[in-house]
Ligand binder design. Structure first.
Ligand code: NAX
Length: 327
């Protein structure tokens, strides 16, 4: 019997977690021979509802699920955690600016960073989903100085998957024939979905699509997809977000396929001139539980202008939460 993976999930009574927890309990992350303990964190007022989810998890009778912990205390949630999905965040309400959302959630991520620092395994892998995800990841890692910044990431995989799917549909190829799509920057409408390096059935994607479609349809469609889902479904993305979170973690653990990459928000090391110390989405290759930013991609002025806009936005967000950053 393998030692169970301790998987912390915050915002566990929310809609993304509802689409994620049953898949974790079914062994979709690390296989059906890898037991998991789910360590579920909620705010006190949502713990009762979370107990209902726990009852449903029990009703699945999954042999993979070795235990469930329910708590409103981050120290307990992150105790010996191998993996942490930081999904919980207060939602943006009508009339609220991104700036307000940032301030409301920043304290909670600082607290969770400190709890990870004392309670989690030193090699814990942390994925921040709760928005604004990149800056929340920066706050979290900054408050966990005893854990390498490389162990923290923010989710760009949903944007990456949206780009893959849109390109596949437009060119009439299956998604399996599309590779090397990249999302640069922030998980916000400023993000830069880049097709300059993408391949479709082994050929450059930009040979198969009109440049005008790429610039005037593809880029804004991916950037605005989250809003379009809200307008159409009446609620924000949940199933696709949970799927992306699961696959982000799975890629990190199991590696990316040869000749392809994924997009992850990671701690910038200055690659491509992006300011060191921001959490910025890059194309990354993963292997052996680690990642490396894909290097030496040729960039033109169009790319650089968009990448710089993302850097500027993340620098502005960082300035708004500077009081919570330890370095
Ligand atoms: P829900 O409102 O359904 O669930 C959020 C849950 O988090 C609630 O149950 C709430 O009680 C809990 N929560 C709030 N503050 C908490 C805290 N400090 N500690 C623990 N739990 C806390 O939202 P849901 O649709 O699940 O979305 C969760 C987050 O993901 C939101 O911030 C959302 O904006 C973000 N998203 C990020 C995406 C990405 O690609 N990075 C895409 C999907 C999603 O929009």
């Amino acid at each position: 019997m393998k030692t169970p993976l301790q998987i912390a999930v915050t915002g566990a009574a929310g809609q993304i977690s509802y689409a994620l927890l049953f898949r974790l309990a079914a062994g979709e992350l690390a296989g059906i021979d890898q037991p998991v303990v789910l360590r579920l964190l909620e705010v006190p007022e949502a713990v009762a509802a979370l107990q209902g989810v726990v009852m449903e998890l029990a009703d699945c009778a999954s042999p993979v699920l070795a235990g469930v912990v329910v708590t409103d205390d981050p120290q307990i949630a992150f105790q010996d955690a191998d993996l942490a999905f930081l999904i919980g965040a207060k939602p943006r309400t009508a009339g609220m600016e991104r700036r307000d959302l940032l301030q409301i959630n920043a304290e909670a991520f600082a607290l969770q960073g400190r709890a990870l620092n004392t309670a989690a395994k030193r090699d814990v892998k942390v994925l921040v989903v709760g928005n604004p995800a990149n800056t929340n990841a920066l706050i979290t890692l900054s408050n966990a100085p005893e854990i390498s910044p490389r162990n923290f990431s923010s989710m760009a995989r949903l944007d990456h998957n949206r780009a893959l799917s849109l390109l596949a549909t437009h060119t009439g190829h299956p998604v399996s024939e599309v590779s090397r799509v990249a999302i640069w920057g922030n998980h916000s409408p400023t993000q830069y979905p880049d097709l300059h390096h993408a391949l479709v059935a082994g050929r450059p994607a930009l040979e198969k699509v009109e440049l005008a479609w790429y610039r005037d349809v593809f880029i804004p469609t991916v950037q605005q997809r989250g809003s379009t889902i809200i307008e159409t479904r009446g609620r924000s993305s949940a199933g696709s977000a949970a799927h992306a979170a699961l696959h982000h973690m799975r890629s990190w653990l199991a590696g990316t396929p040869e000749n392809d990459w994924v997009s992850m928000g990671v701690y910038s090391d200055g690659s491509y001139g992006i300011r060191e110390g921001l959490v910025y989405s890059f194309p990354v290759v993963t292997a052996d539980g680690d990642y490396r930013i894909v290097q030496d991609l040729p960039l033109d002025d169009f790319d650089l202008e968009r990448m710089r806009a993302n850097e500027a936005e993340l620098l502005a967000e960082r300035d708004m939460v500077r009081h919570l950053l330890r370095s």
